[in-house]
Design a protein around this ligand. Structure first.
Ligand code: SAM
Length: 198
């Protein structure tokens, strides 16, 4: 596909996303985002336990989001928004006055083959996009059962000027996700948005 056609499609998608989410995010200046929210078990429970936070779950798959929405409707949570989008595009589409405070990336697709590593969510360019929309001190919670992805993510995050791993903070909220239930072990990282000069 020619690059100008590709860019036009992306621009169109960004405008549609903005039209969809801007009215629903009005009045919420700090967000908790779950990327790859799947069937919504984690974020529904998290939102119920944190009524003072406004939560956004993003996933590529419509059917999973529908199920997630049914769960949060049943729970009566008024503080969750489910969005079907590619995560990077959603983050880019957020209103300028909306900043991310907490970001959860739980059991992301590990893309085990080296030639597919470029598809992994945790990449320097994605950390740039997240950093641009995160407040200073924002927390990124990453968890995976894939040992090699864990090492890869630790390295990519460790080398990024705007994020630092914090080994002292506790995991803020436990709820076993669908993929966590299938895992026989997992590892977690807590990462803080920092000032590049610090
Ligand atoms: C392995 S599943 C994990 C689901 C859930 N977090 C859990 O722990 O059970 C990964 C999820 O991320 C979603 N996903 C993958 N890449 C994505 C992207 N770039 N943007 C948004 N969602 C994405 C997939 O559709 C899938 O639902």
């Amino acid at each position: 596909m020619p690059i100008d056609v590709y860019n036009a499609i992306l621009d169109q998608r960004l405008s549609e996303l903005r039209e969809d989410i801007f009215p629903r995010l009005r009045g919420h200046s700090h967000l908790t985002l779950e990327i790859g929210s799947g069937h919504g078990h984690f974020l529904t429970a998290y939102a119920e336990a944190h009524p003072g936070e406004f939560c956004v779950g993003v996933d590529l798959i419509a059917d999973r989001l529908k199920r997630a929405e049914r769960k949060s409707d049943r729970a009566g949570s008024g503080n969750v928004l489910w969005v079907q989008a590619e995560a990077g595009l959603l983050v880019e589409a957020l209103p300028a006055d909306c900043l991310l405070s907490r970001i959860f990336v739980l059991f992301p697709d590990p893309w085990p083959k080296r030639r597919h590593w470029k598809n992994r969510l945790i990449q320097p360019s994605f950390l740039d996009v997240l950093a641009a929309k995160s407040r200073l001190g924002a927390q990124l919670f990453f968890r995976t059962d894939h040992r090699e992805y864990f090492s890869y993510a630790s390295e990519v995050i460790g080398a990024h000027p705007l994020w630092r791993v914090d080994e002292t903070l506790p995991w803020p909220f436990e709820l076993v996700t669908v993929f966590q239930q299938r895992a026989d072990q997992y590892q977690s990282l807590i990462v803080i948005r920092r000032d590049s000069h610090v």
